[in-house]
Design a protein around this ligand. Sequence first.
Ligand code: ATP
Ligand code: MG
Length: 360
Amino acid sequence: MSKIILTGDRPTGRLHVGHYVGSLKRRVELQNSGEFDDIYIMIADAQALTDNADNPEKVRQNIVEVALDYLACGLDPAKSTILIQSMVPELTELSFYYMNLVTVSRLQRNPTVKSEIQMRNFETSIPVGFFTYPISQAADITAFKATTVPVGEDQMPMIEQTREIVHKFNAVYGDTLVEPEILLPDNKACLRLPGTDGKAKMSKSLGNCIYLADTDEDVRKKIMSMFTDPNHLRVEDPGEVEGNPVFIYLDAFGTKEHFEEFLPEYEGLDELKAHYKRGGLGDVKVKKFLNNVMQSVLAPIRERRKVWEKDIPAVYDILKEGSEKAEKVAAKTLAEVRAAMKINYFDDGALIREQAEKYK
Ligand code: ATP
Ligand code: MG
């Protein structure tokens, strides 16, 4: 069986370092591994509109920002198909059919959707499109027969929902769809990177992000004012590293080479953490090290982004080509779905003959 990746992002803002460690970095590694037959990277504009219906300009403006972040991180249009969700209308039709296979109460149980509804203060005015976005995500994944979905931890319930839809569809209509596997980051710190404010998730909607496109000065300022252990007041105080975002970021981004280059007096992160826990290590020193680490991760991304920023029409060409290629693949799956669901009347010679026979 082919190995196919589908994953993507909502164009609700530029991408941040949480996206990078949660999914983007892995995508680029997988792309370059040569192990996959096809890779689809989707800019989920239709999904972004489910909670931004009154702000289409925001979504429209951010499509190119997300595309620039992709190219900056090393996604290569020669190896990965980058597409815009709404340019593949087959996805909408698939969603419509999948809706019949999911109950309202099942959607209500989705923990990610629940917390997102709370975060957006939707209360009783939840847009139906937002409520059902896990179904549309199942359409996105299955349209390309994806086997592998590299995402952050918050996406677990979506992949679970997709697998249920695939099961149900195949059980009712016969084997048609492929059940995808989630691929989470190996590194625990990358599953759900916290915000610079210490909140559980760095998120475009919360304004607690370090963006891939931030200038070095922006990054430095954000790091120097990051939330740490609130009880670590004086240098000599013992500090907490668990749940301390500065140390979580070091877990996520720091390497042995970073220690050799920027902090050679420590063997590695374990020794730095031990010192912080014992007391005698100030936040400023740790933050300065983190800043060096982040700058060295982000500098090449920033440089590549600047090159692509000079050729925006070329970026749109990549999106157009990718969307066209993706549409062909989705159309093929949709035809199979229609046949399985017995709604391919005009292609169904047997049906026409049988009914003609009946009225002879
Ligand atoms: P929004 O607030 O608009 O939902 P977001 O920041 O959550 O934006 P998405 O576009 O919803 O970003 O998510 C894109 C991908 O990035 C998903 O695979 C998601 O799991 C991953 N991701 C998002 N935020 C983080 C994070 N803080 N840590 C790890 N992965 C993340
Ligand atoms: Mg999200």
